[in-house]
Design a protein around this ligand. Structure first.
Ligand code: ZN
Length: 107
């Protein structure tokens, strides 16, 4: 037995994620790149997983590639920029950096 790499809750014998996070991951793959952030969150809520758990899931960064939230935000930002005819590609790291800078400044 171990803990889910996303939410830290106890999981079953198989895999690195618990059933809820597995459900959320599948939904993320369905939704990413197709909907806006509000619809994205609604889609995750529709899985029936409690909202607090969804928030923990979105902020987890088990692979060090940026959290799901930062990855999806980066994809949406890149898409928006290309729609507006701007060049550039937002990376999860960049989104994280911007968010951390903003958080520091607002203190
Ligand atoms: Zn989990």
């Amino acid at each position: 037995m171990g803990r889910c790499v996303y939410c830290g809750e106890r999981r079953g014998f198989w895999g690195k994620t618990c059933g809820d996070c597995k459900k959320l991951l599948a939904r993320v793959e369905e939704l990413r790149g197709r909907v806006g952030y509000g619809e994205f969150l609604d889609g995750l809520a529709a899985t029936g997983v409690p909202k607090e758990k969804i928030l923990v899931f979105l902020k987890a960064d088990p692979e060090g590639k940026g959290s799901i939230q930062d990855q999806v935000t980066a994809e949406m930002a890149s898409e928006l920029m290309s729609v507006m005819g701007l060049k550039g590609n937002q990376t999860p790291q960049e989104v994280k950096r911007i968010r951390e800078t903003t958080t520091k400044e607002s203190k």
